[in-house]
Ligand binder design. Structure first.
Ligand code: ADP
Ligand code: ADP
Length: 226
């Protein structure tokens, strides 16, 4: 687990107005932070700079006490769950979850233990031999989370992970993600434009607007403000 500290982070694409404009935000070890705001406010850009998929124009990104500005994604030990889940259709659920471990040349017995632990937590043990096409949307979402868990990363990053699900499933997965995060106690940054997710999932909510922080507060404080 690791804290994430952002110091005066700026991101400019070309000459226009910065997509992220001088953001400073400290996320504590084990904290669940929501990034919320209208489309185009810079949420994804910020998340991609944390994971290392986007260069930082200026400022410092510090993860677990280390400045990571110049570190490649593979050296940051973070785990990102994408909106489209990015599952491999030709692989079984088991191999989809195992994928990052295979890349890291993890021994088979350790792969087996970690995949089965993740499948237990996510209630996927009965589906390990199936292909993604034969799963429901919620199960696919869980496979994507399983892949994130087995990496044993220092933090989870979610980019609108529930936006492709129907309303009922979204509610169910919301509960599951909250439960999973509490159980693992892993630092989490979760991007959404959904007010319900923002108000129910996180320890704190960071409201972004046009690349800047408008407010950082607990859901309760946001709810109670006039
Ligand atoms: P959000 O995730 O909140 O919808 P983004 O981080 O995707 O916002 O985008 C923030 C701003 O940066 C927007 O104005 C968007 O058009 C711009 N932007 C995002 N990605 C790129 C890119 N690759 N090239 C140029 N502009 C971009
Ligand atoms: P390659 O190393 O073959 O270029 P990728 O482009 O898929 O592989 O990924 C580069 C590095 O980024 C990987 O080694 C991995 O550590 C990291 N990475 C890939 N996917 C994720 C993810 N979802 N979350 C966090 N890090 C990732």
């Amino acid at each position: 687990m690791a804290s994430i500290e952002m110091k005066n982070i700026v991101k400019k694409y070309g000459d226009g107005f910065p997509a992220v404009n001088d953001i400073s935000l400290d996320i504590a070890d084990g904290e669940f932070m929501i990034l919320v705001g209208p489309s185009g406010c810079g949420k994804s850009t910020l998340l991609r700079m944390i994971v290392g998929l986007e260069d930082i124009t200026s400022g410092d990104m510090v993860i677990g006490g280390d400045r990571v500005n110049d570190k490649a994604p593979r050296d940051r030990n973070l785990s990102m769950v994408f909106q489209n889940y990015a599952l491999y259709p030709h692989m079984s659920v088991y191999e989809n979850i195992a994928f990052p471990l295979r890349l890291a040349k993890t021994p088979d017995d350790k792969v087996d233990r970690l995949v089965k632990e993740a499948a237990d937590v996510l209630e996927l043990h009965e589906h390990l031999e199936r292909k993604p096409a034969n799963l429901s949307g919620g199960q696919r979402q869980r496979v994507a989370m399983g892949r994130a868990i087995v990496r044993q990363a220092e933090a989870f990053l979610f980019d609108e992970p529930l936006s492709n699900l129907d309303a009922k499933l979204r509610g169910q997965m919301r509960t599951e993600i909250a439960r999973l995060q509490r159980r693992l106690g892993i630092t989490t940054v979760y991007v959404t434009h959904d007010q319900t997710e923002a108000m129910t999932l996180g320890d704190r909510v960071c409201v972004l607007r046009k690349g800047s922080i408008q407010q950082v507060a607990s859901p309760r404080e946001l709810y109670e403000q006039p």
